[in-house]
Design a protein around this ligand. Structure first.
Ligand code: FES
Ligand SMILES: [Fe+2]
Length: 384
């Protein structure tokens, strides 16, 4: 984030301290429990949010070299994106045209061809079929009809999006509605992917995003861990179309304010800045690094959470590697021991039918804005 913008945001924070309330929503919101537990709503989300619209699937820096790839499941459709020899990215349905096995798994690099692990049909990086063992056994199945299905991909500002529904090409500018100007200032493409850890949870996928949408829970839920380091009020909140970013402050900002003149102050070393990437991810700048939290819905009450950490420089020394590993350990220690188990309990309560709705207060503006954005996308799809 460019220094001038950092200083403007610090000025807004100082405004909170001299009397203005934290950024708030115009009103509180009630969301029916069904938004989290209704299987019909879940099916609509899979189609409208995950198959018909672009979904973020990673950062360019984790798929940089020709032959490197990422995989994802978008509304249940297995997808792979592969860096081409010319540098562009292509997206495919990650299901072999023989019998449907996933051709690629996880993430990786160094591909010259994509070889299906089941019977070794082999595809070029452009998805065309190269060879089939015992070819005469398929001589009545035209080879040119056996390339991998195409998936639309867009890449810009270091972000990668994919969309599985057929239709016109799309751009990251179309997707982000203006928020990209600020994201561009991080030069995400220059970061280095350090590690991604994935874990399954038993609750609705949206509860992952909810976890990060407000700092209001920090003094209570995190009282034994991170609470002493964070401000639980005075959050900055901005929106662009259906997109939004929050800035939450650490108490270390006090040092910056005391020790530096206004023109030299920096925001990023003292904050958690979160960009909500609809429908299912958060791009976070935290102190000295970037994180991507990406949730993949499995069913209405199960999801897979991938946490990726990206370092500003390639971690070449042992101490740099230790530093980033410790950061990731700590992140997951707090979320996996405190936040996500709470989400599992919340899901159980909502699924029991005991509560008709949940409440998002005015002081939790990102929470209501996120759910209103999803509701709006679902409603637009109904009307269409
Ligand atoms: S399913 Fe891929 S080669 Fe048979
Ligand atoms: Fe939390």
């Amino acid at each position: 984030m460019r220094p001038q913008r950092q200083r403007e945001l610090i000025e807004r924070y100082l405004g909170f301290r001299s009397g203005k309330w934290t950024d708030v929503a115009a009103e509180s919101m009630r969301n029916p429990a069904a938004a989290y537990v209704d299987p019909r709503r879940f099916d609509r989300e899979m189609k409208v949010l995950f198959r018909d619209r672009p979904v973020p699937i990673g950062l360019s820096c984790e798929c940089r070299e020709p032959g490197s790839f990422l995989t994802a499941s978008l509304g249940g459709v297995p997808v792979a994106v592969v860096r081409q020899p010319g540098g562009s990215l292509r997206g495919f349905v990650n299901a072999c045209r023989h019998r449907g096995a996933p051709v690629l798994s996880g993430r990786g690099g160094g591909l010259r061809a994509m070889v299906c692990p089941y019977h070794a049909w082999s595809y070029g990086l452009d998805g065309t079929l190269l060879s089939r063992p015992q070819e005469p056994g398929f001589d009545d199945v035209p080879r040119d009809k056996c390339g991998l299905g195409e998936v639309a991909v867009a890449e810009h500002y270091g972000l990668i999006y994919a969309r599985v529904s057929k239709g016109a090409a799309f751009s990251v500018d179309d997707v982000l509605e203006g928020m990209q100007t600020e994201i561009a200032e991080y030069s995400l493409a220059d970061y280095t992917h350090f590690e991604t850890r994935t874990r399954e949870w038993k609750f609705n996928w949206k509860l992952i995003i909810d976890t990060f949408a407000e700092p209001y829970h920090i003094p209570a839920l995190h009282r034994r861990s991170i609470a002493p380091y964070y401000e639980d009020r005075n959050s900055i909140w901005d929106t662009w179309g259906l997109h939004q970013r929050t800035v939450n402050f650490r108490r270390s900002i006090d040092r910056e304010l005391a020790e530096k003149p206004p023109a030299e102050r920096l925001l990023l070393p003292h904050t958690t800045v979160e960009y909500f990437l609809l429908p299912n991810a958060l791009l976070t700048h935290q102190l000295d690094h970037v994180e991507l939290w990406r949730v993949t819905p499995i069913s209405v009450d199960r999801c897979l959470v991938a946490t990726s950490l990206y370092a500003p420089e390639p971690p070449e020394t042992e101490s740099a590697k230790k530093h980033w590993k410790k950061n990731l350990d700590l992140l997951l220690q707090v979320t996996e021991n405190e936040d996500f188990p709470m989400m599992a309990n919340i899901h159980a309560a909502l699924a029991s039918g005991a509560l008709a709705e949940v409440v998002y207060g005015k002081i939790e503006p990102a929470l209501s804005f996120y759910h209103q954005a999803l509701d709006r996308l679902l409603a637009q799809a109904e009307d269409a």
